[in-house]
Ligand binder design. Structure first.
Ligand SMILES: [Zn+2]
Length: 275
């Protein structure tokens, strides 16, 4: 599911930018044969349209693309600054009161909680309450979950989704992505933790940690999101036989699928309008 979302988002950005590039190309655009139907249809329409309409459309598209690129850069830089602020805060402030053991910063607090802070290198913050309230296996499951976030670059993926949602709030795919992708990275991290320990251990660790009332800092990923969905998923979890193959297949299908839909739609439109 996560691969499908990322494939759809990547495909939309790539093909959206390609469509603008093709419309602005001075002569015969690259890959024109693949979109020959569209180009022929467009040339029929542009020859029958008022003079200057092609230039006006091309100009408007260029301005829209430039504005989107500028806004993406501005919003992206703001999100990057915010992530850096969270990282710096943890390195400089939390490091003073926490004991660092390996890649985990341990806070002296009786309630169980853990979260991960992305970056190079990222790190995990956990409370001593994890050791006091959870079994050794459950504690290992919590840490494996947080390490999966760091290894999978989940913070960066969620960040990119947040930027796209802010820049293109009217594109439904981008608007829905932050919520859906945040949930899916939690499920992915749970899967990883279940492989390191067991689904039952992750379930009991999740139940114990989600009962904790400690708040999780903004800009971090923790164990306590969407608990009921995640408990249900861990209960029905079947082990994927070829996880990498299924990820690659889902990513490819979600990227390539829309091409066939568009070509079929363009073929139908040109058959009706342009013949
Ligand atoms: Zn998490």
């Amino acid at each position: 599911m996560l691969a499908a979302w990322l494939g759809s988002i990547g495909g939309t950005v790539f093909f959206g930018a390609s469509a603008v590039a093709v419309s602005l190309w001075p002569e015969h655009a690259p890959a024109e044969s693949a979109v020959e139907t569209l180009v022929r249809c467009w040339s029929v329409l542009s020859h029958t349209a008022a003079p200057g309409i092609t230039a006006a459309v091309a100009g408007a598209v260029t301005v829209a693309l430039a504005l989107a690129a500028i806004r993406t850069t501005v919003v992206g830089r703001r999100h990057t600054r915010e992530s850096r602020r969270v990282r710096t805060y943890h390195r400089e402030v939390v490091a003073i009161v926490a004991r660092s053991r390996g890649d985990v910063m341990w806070l002296d607090h009786p309630l169980p909680m853990a979260y991960s802070v992305g970056g190079r290198p990222g790190f995990v913050v956990a409370t001593e309450g994890l050791s006091a309230c959870l079994s050794a296996g459950e504690r290992e499951a919590v840490l494996a979950h947080e390490r999966a976030h760091l290894r999978g670059q989940h913070h960066r993926i969620v960040n990119v989704c947040n930027v796209l949602a802010e820049v293109f709030p009217r594109v439904p795919l981008f608007a829905a992505a932050p919520t859906a992708v945040t949930t899916l990275v939690e499920l992915t991290a749970d899967q990883h933790a279940a492989r390191v320990t067991s689904p039952a251990t992750v379930r009991s660790a999740l139940t114990a940690v989600s009962a904790s009332t400690l708040p999780r800092p903004a800009g971090t990923l923790g164990l306590s999101n969407d608990t009921s969905l995640r408990l249900w998923k861990l209960r029905i979890e079947g082990r994927a036989r070829w996880p990498w193959l299924s990820c690659a297949a889902m990513g490819t299908v979600s990227m390539v699928g829309p091409i066939f839909t568009v070509l079929a739609g363009a073929g139908a439109v040109s058959a009706l309008v342009c013949t």
